[in-house]
Design a protein. Sequence first.
Length: 359
Amino acid sequence: MVRAALLPAVGAALEITEIVLPEPGPGKVRVKLAAAGVCHSDLSLSTGVLRPTTPTVLGHEGAGTVLAVGEGVDTVRPGDRVVLNWAPACGHCHLCAIGEPWLCENQYAASVQTYAALPDGTGLYPGLGAAAFAEETVVNANAVVPLPDGVPLTSAALLGCAVLTGYGAVHNAARVRAGESVVVFGVGGIGLAVLQAARIAGASPIVAVDVTPEKEELARRHGATEFLVADEQTPKAVRKLTGGNGADHAFECVGRSSTIRAAWSSTRRGGRTTVVGIGAKDDLVSFSALEVFHYARTLSGCCYGNSDPARDVPVLAEHVRAGRLDLEALITDRITLDEIPAAFERMAAGKGGRSLVVF
């Protein structure tokens, strides 16, 4: 048996308990977790903003070592270091076929199938297919990505969601070019990754926006050249910092209609607003027909950074080895499994960056 953070039902408190993991069957891989990041999506699953199948073991951003593989698995072997891929592509649906694996029609299939059990036999579901808030997990073989050498295994957990999403939003979705201006709304784990990615892209200026003034130093360490405390005048302030035009690119990393509107209004005519944050289905955003025509901006969603982990994880690893991408700087709190509820509270209050469960 292994210890895990279990969500018994939506809205319930997390329970740190022991679960029974099966040996990996055909096409499965058993992984011993080294670390797991606490992502806002985990909080959204626990509160019902996202609707998980329960009871579920949360956690989807993780890295560890392969313990065992099932029949037919030849992509990894015991002892390999791997990053979890919580949205693995099936490779054969329409969206995979046209080269958009981040939108795979079957990427969440594992999350609605039991993968483990409580000691009394109650079946458990893996949160977002990964169940990384546990000492060990069992996942499909396509849900692990080999980790290149030269990247610490614990901090590599962040490659599985925050960094892949933030870097991909900048380089895959928005395709920011050197010299273009960027504004980032929300200085959480993903927002910090977006700031680093914008710096790597050569963006200038890079404006960070957050409701918490204390995050200015953190934002500047990750690449922000300017910092604004969010209020009704934020779009005007962004235009002032960008020659009166507005930013070439705005990234919304919060997932709220109000910040999506603010990001849109902070973007120049003809610019691009990329929504990275996950919001509630009943939190509606409205635009007038005239402004859509007049400003000619592009508003687009961004799922998993429009990334293909098999392609992009090696790229990120090279940035880490070269010193361009600082994974350690993204980690503001190293915690134990028992401290995840407190990390949820900090996240809900908008404090800190990324909490990392270290096993």
